[in-house]
Design a protein around this ligand. Sequence first.
Ligand SMILES: *[C@@H]1O[C@H](CO)[C@@H](O)[C@H](O)[C@H]1NC(C)=O
Ligand SMILES: *[C@@H]1O[C@H](CO)[C@@H](O)[C@H](O)[C@H]1NC(C)=O
Length: 828
Amino acid sequence: MELSKATQYKIQGYIMAAIFFLLIYICSSALCAGQEMFESHTANYSHKSLAAVPRNLSLMTTVLDISFNNIAAMETSDFNYTLDLKVLNASHNQMKYLDSNIFRFDSELEYLDLSYNQLRNISGTFPNNLHHLDISFNDFQTMSVCRGFGNMLLLEYLGLGASQIVKNDFEGIAHLHLKEVFIELNPLLDYENGSLLSLNTKKLTLDLGLLSNKDRYNVLLDAVNTTKILDLSHIYEWNIHTDPEKYIFDIVKNSKVTDLTMRHVNVDWKMVVLALQYIWHSSVEILNFYDFSLKGKIEQTSFDYSNTSVKVFNLQGVNVGVFQFDQSVVYRVFSNMNIENLTLNFANLLFMVCPLNFSTFQNIDFSNNALTDDLFQDCSTLINLKCLKLRQNKLEKISKVSIMTKNMPSLEYLDVSHNLLTYDEEDCHWSESIAKLNLASNSLTESIFKCLPINIEILILKNNDITHVPRDVAHLDGLVELNLSFNRLADIPDCSNLRSLSLLSVEANQILYPSFESIESCSRVKHISAGQNPFQCNCELRRFIKQEREAPGRLIGWPEAYVCKYPDNVRGTMLKDFDLPEITCNVFILIPVIILPIIFFIVLIIGLCKYLDAPWFLKMIWQYTKTKQRTRTSKQGYQSLQKDLDFHAFISYSEHDASWVKNIFLPSIERSNECIRICQHERNFVPGKSIIENIINCIDKSYKSIFILSPNFVQSEWCHYELYFAHHKLYTENNDNLILILLEPIPQYLIPSKYYKLKTLMAQRTYLEWPVEKSKHSLFWANLRAAISVDLTHAVSENTCSVSSENSCSASSKNSCSTESETTRLLS
Ligand SMILES: *[C@@H]1O[C@H](CO)[C@@H](O)[C@H](O)[C@H]1NC(C)=O
Ligand SMILES: *[C@@H]1O[C@H](CO)[C@@H](O)[C@H](O)[C@H]1NC(C)=O
């Protein structure tokens, strides 16, 4: 019974723990889901091998890409909660059937791509808000599905594809104002004439694919009458038709197309010229060919350019399957076109013939070919040409290019970027009308500034080998924009001669820091782009940064593109965040900041010396420590001496100074903690003996002799001691035992000349001066005590020195006044 109860508790515990962890899991996953909800509104599940629409879609998903998966069906439940869905891309899946009612809650849905599935049927209705619906490249048998699209009044793009097109199919959407209809006619087997005509669209794009010739003919006949903008892909084999000329004529005759694009064209040269000739006299104004393959024999053919509406001819991507032919035959067809704009890109052009008559060309784009310096040399018929683009060719000499432009009096813009251009200082002959010149990505150096059109306003020299801009560029007065990015500049150019400059680009050069002069000279330039340089973040750079801080918006790309490269410790820091303290950079601040404290300290020291007498304190402290040290080191030496000593010091003074000695000296020196015994003649002299005897006796019994010097003493008392000094050997050998205290200053003249010894002592300043200031007194006494301090323990009992006064010089105090305590007291 007991055991089972324990098991019960155990199980309960497990359950509780499980619930606890489950709760934590739910909470955390809810939190995560919440995070995801706020993070992404675009869900990209493209190329994920999904078999179904993902379940865990955020409710706020607005763009869902599930293209390139294996989804076979979409369910109502997939989109019940994605109420904000605007874009759904479900192309390239395996759906066979769709009930469009599954989107009934997605009233926001605007873009729906169901192309490249296997749809055969769609039921229900799509949301009315759809702008873009693509159901092309599916397996629809008929276009009847379109009949249900009439409610989508906002529809702009419709992509379709079916095997059968009948008139009824498009009647249901005839009222829509479509912008573009794309019809993939690849599997088409059956076309009812006139069906396309019901479509109301600005642009019709048809993929003709492998359409049979009969259907192709019928579709094209209708297509050219349906819209003004027609885009046709996959145009092959026009010449298969029994009567190609009639075929083309029929189609072009009724055409209302103004803008014709043909992609993936693969036809005979003869057919091309024929078709072109008909188109030339049709309503077409803009003619585009993309991906053009020529076959058949290329021969000279006459071409009637008169009465055309064509203004723009654009041919991009030519593949010639013919090996031997006269290229000028082909080129002549183009060069004599009486149109505004001619573009021949990726056409392998090796040269171009000069138009025979004054040409109407205003814009020519021969980019991405193999043109050389011989292009349009001595060609003076391009008098209307305004813009010539020769990007990515094989031009080598800039002087030849300049000569080419000489006879183009209207040329405003020349693009010869991405060529192999160099300049060897030959003469240049630019057209004076050139205002914009693009020389990017060539091999030009700074010498190019000697070869520029005189009225140039915009000059692009990006990605060349320019190291600096020469100073004498006076003829660039009109230059408004100068692009020198991706060169090898070490500094921003001097702008003083570029008076009209308003945009300067020096991005990605080798500018460590723009010099002061350049910054100043370019101060009128409105915008400068100088990012991606290897900035050295130092004092010089501060001026540059400061300018942007003061007048923000001038530097293009600020702040992201402006990053410190050097020194290493700030590498990667944005210039915006870089700062050096003003003081480290500015000498005028540096001087005061360093000099002022020095002056202050000097003044302080002078003040201390003058008013607080610091040197005196220092001298005294030094003396004190020296004495202490000496006492300590020479303790042993005095041992023998001490045996005969009764006093620490003998004191001698003039009667005039007696009051000082009795009232100040003795109390101060004896009242200290140390047992100091002073031999004073009034107290300790032995009666009966002569003064001199007494003195000598006293001196002999004292460790030191203290003389209180004052003018009085010098004049009246000194003589007493001269005798002693004369005899006393110790004194003559060693001054150590003598302590002179200068109570009052003694002028030299007051010392009688016979006392040469005193004079010497005075001159050597080997005396202690009695300080007038009270603050100095304690140090004075300490010093003095240190000088006379010696262990006289054996004499204590005799106590001849009658220290019977209030100061208790008991034996027990032998160590109470240690050196340390003395020092601490002094210093505190
Ligand atoms: C699907 O359609 C969206 C919306 O236009 C588009 O951005 C995306 O690139 C498409 N995805 C693929 C894989 O084509
Ligand atoms: C010719 O090209 C220029 C420059 O690209 C363009 O502005 C102009 O509109 C074009 N002319 C026509 C008729 O499209």
